[in-house]
Design a protein around this ligand. Structure first.
Ligand SMILES: CSCCC(=O)C(=O)O
Ligand SMILES: [Fe+2]
Ligand code: NI
Length: 238
């Protein structure tokens, strides 16, 4: 077939553009999947390489407006925080699990085994489901620390964990079903529901659970001193 390049210039240009667009899209997806695998490989050395696309957990620096605590409180322009930086600078750890099939999936039992979590219960936070709701919500949102890790596996609903970074700025971490978050002992933090007003989470612990919050300032507590020391050395990112 004879091709008159002058007459079909636009068509050819279009085909070329479409081809490169599709190619770039494919490579972008492949990169995302590969990054996801790398992340999983870091958190679970023995992980299988399932190819499901995982949603990146969202974390960002907060503005300091005194508006409703349930709003996002993004800076403008927004400044997001990667999971890697979060782990390195604050020691907060994050795992993505299947919010429904976590029993068959096996990741949860592996984490429990590896980290020695042998206690588990379920907490639901909503105006209807929680006894003393208003009071509990206030306590959750007071800046505090614990002498042990705070481990939450979200199975329904959503909310925000706020943690202080190494320069004492608030980082807001959005949690949704399938997110398992571990706040290290001694980190200053707080929790709030978002505007949907509902979360259901599994609470894990090693031994008899201690939920006591120690409100800031608690700088002389052993857990706090340990945390600050570890932070100064840099947290190990698995
Ligand atoms: C996401 S669980 C609700 C909050 C909570 O248990 C806590 O802050 O200790
Ligand atoms: Fe807490
Ligand atoms: Ni032709």
């Amino acid at each position: 077939m004879y091709v008159d390049w002058r007459a079909h210039g636009f068509e050819l240009l279009f085909i070329f553009w479409l081809g490169s667009y599709l190619y770039c899209d494919m490579t972008r997806e492949a990169t995302q999947v590969r990054q996801g695998d790398k992340r999983r490989a870091r958190t679970f050395s023995s992980s299988s390489s399932s190819r499901t696309r995982i949603r990146m957990v969202r974390a960002w620096y907060m503005d300091d407006s005194l508006d409703d605590q349930r709003l996002e409180h993004q800076l403008s322009p927004p400044r997001s925080v990667s999971l890697e930086d979060l782990a390195k600078n604050t020691g907060v750890m994050y795992y993505k699990l299947d919010p429904k099939k976590y029993e068959e999936e096996g990741k949860l039992s592996r984490i429990k085994e590896e980290r020695g979590y042998n206690y588990m219960d379920v907490i639901q936070v909503s105006p209807e489901k929680m006894h003393n709701y208003e009071e509990r919500i206030k306590v959750f949102f007071e800046e505090h620390l614990h002498t042990d890790e705070e481990i939450r596996f979200i199975t329904e609903g959503s909310g925000y964990f706020d943690v202080r970074d190494q320069e004492d700025h608030w980082i807001r971490i959005e949690v949704t079903p399938g997110d398992l978050i571990i706040l290290p002992a001694g980190i200053y933090h707080r929790f709030t529901l978002d505007t949907k007003n509902y979360i259901k989470a599994m609470r894990l612990f090693t031994g008899e659970p201690v939920w006591t919050p120690h409100n800031r300032p608690a700088d002389n507590m052993e857990a706090r001193k340990n945390y600050v020391l570890q932070q100064s050395k840099g947290f190990m990112v698995k």
